[in-house]
Ligand binder design. Sequence first.
Ligand code: MOS
Length: 732
Amino acid sequence: MTANIGAPVDRVDGRLKVTGAATYSAEWPMPGVAHGFMVLSTIAKGRIRAIDVSRAGREPGVIAVMTSRNAPRLVTTGQAAGNDKAQMVLQSDEIVYDRQPVAVVLADTFERAQYAASLFTVHYDVEAPQTTFAMGTPYKPQAVHGQDADHQRGDAVSALAVAAVKVDNVYTTPIEHHNPMEPHATIARWDGDTLTVYDASQGVFGVRTRLAGMFGVAPENVRVISKYIGGGFGGKGSAWPHVILTAMAAKMIGRAVKIALWRPQMWGSVGYRSPTVQRVALGANADGTLVSTIHEVHSQTSQIDEFVESSGILTTMLYASPALLVTHRLTRLNVGTPTYMRAPGESSGSFALESAMDELAYAVQLDPIELRLRNYAETDQDAKLPFSSKSLRECYRAGADAFDWKRRTPAPGSMRDGRMLVGIGMAGATYPTNRSAASAVARIDAQGKAVVQSGGVDIGTGSYTAFSQVAADALGIPVEQITFGLGDTRMPNAPNAGGSQLTASVGSAVKLAALAARNKVAQLAIADANSPLFRAAPEAIAATGGRLFLQSDPARGETYAAIIARSGGTPVEGRADAKPGDEKKQYSMHAFGAQFAEVRVDPDLGTVRVVRQLGAFAAGRIINAKLARSQYIGGMTMGLGMALLEETRRDDRTGRVMTANLAEYLLPVHADVPATEAILVEEVDPHVNEIGVKGIGEIGIVGAAAAIANAVYHATGKRIRDLPITPDKLLV
Ligand code: MOS
């Protein structure tokens, strides 16, 4: 049953991708398509008084200019009335954030649209924007992950006051912007009342729902396709304004429209990670056991939508603490709406919590791993549930061994390499195991080949490959004989590829659909007097290599092709709807990991180089070791960026983004990324879902920045609580 699952199968779409044959959203051939280029506001608050389109409109190739004055009206009632309010583009003249779309220029080429857009004059009545936490009033959001924004057990404040040892500090993380290789892109075409959309999206069904609601058409009339996307990281988890604008423009001019964002527009209306201000206070006995944990999180949202950076959630369950207080507060500002960005909540929250744990380790003079073992949570104290499985001890051990943690001498500044300061640090990691309802269909044909489909999107992680492996094992058909289809609302329903949930959700459906198809073929054989499997018991039949046979007598059997051909040749289809049961009521389900980093810090220049990163992760069953390792080291690399490089700056006076390009918003490049390794700690979890996977897309970044910050402290004795750790902060 598990010949393919677990194997490091090469990407089934690898050849398509390296040869350029994989069709990304901007690349769909669309004769006569008009190119749209968004004009973005240059103020963060105020009103449009006038837009002068005359010059742009006279440029060669310009087809139309869409502004709030002539744009199609969107439906604001019914299903569009809720969250979609945030996407009501060009419906009024009010500006509530910098880089809000104010117009779309449509031309026959991208370059002509872009040039005409530069000729625009927009006259604004400017108002003073609210741009900093200090300018707003924090409020308690309605809910965080469907629960109260505050989590409490015992009296954490009193317990902290009398604790033998305390660390109580404020940690801050900056605005970070997703910058996948592929910027957002959408093509939309109307045929009467039917809308076809190619969109770089992490979830085609969510896009369909939003568009159907806003344009007042039935969801069945909207088809959304997202075959390949060049990275999403959460940024492509929503239908942002450009998606709506593309469909609006296509409607307005009566022809297909494409809007492909250019890189600077990635700092516009497409989400980002909220900055955070986080107080973490830990109270402990002299032996390091926690008596109180307080984590107060403050993040921001826009004037038009609510998104909470859930940084305190991991604190509720990662360590045992008899008393705990976790709070989340939000401030509304004149900013774009923040969104999910790889391990939303956990990545920024783990920087604060895991830095604080490191500070506590020094305060009680314990090895950081020993401190974590003394506070090991045997159960989830917040949910009051056992863990479905937890292999964090094994992660600490495997990681420490592989990293040679024991060569670290504890005192800050005690290790050197020539004139360079050497630092070694670690941090813990966790990410919840999520799952949503998903469906799949598997069809076996008279050649013994299978087509398996679900509408979920492969965001570049390798879902086509992983699902092919799941299907191959369930069907007993080689991976090469399986054609997997994803990313189309004409296929069975699937959730967003987000929250590390796609493999668990769709993989479970794929397994069930494949088993259903296989069982139907088995039934054909069982009922057929000419089959060697005539009158066999269904449960006695196994399948491998495209052949069904008796487990007890493998010689007795025949191929799928033979059975289906003899029964008339019609393909046999199995369908399945898979959904979570009540396992979440019985178990707390999480992946866990341990992160390690080694740095060299130049004592004169304050520059930090990461020389080694290692993570050990336990996330249930691993479908494909090669893909999993790529996810982990990708997450860790993003954590390196978070630790040392990434930061979007706004001018607090105007609310304008000052770093809207990859020259000033720094990302790790190859030369920044050292030897990075991930250890896949074996774990069997029978509770989480049909295929035993916990999800691996996000946990790789969790704790990665803290491990580096802790290594920097170990090297220098300087505790940087404000990311990113730039040289100026180390030279003070
Ligand atoms: Mo993820 S940040 O939920 O795509």
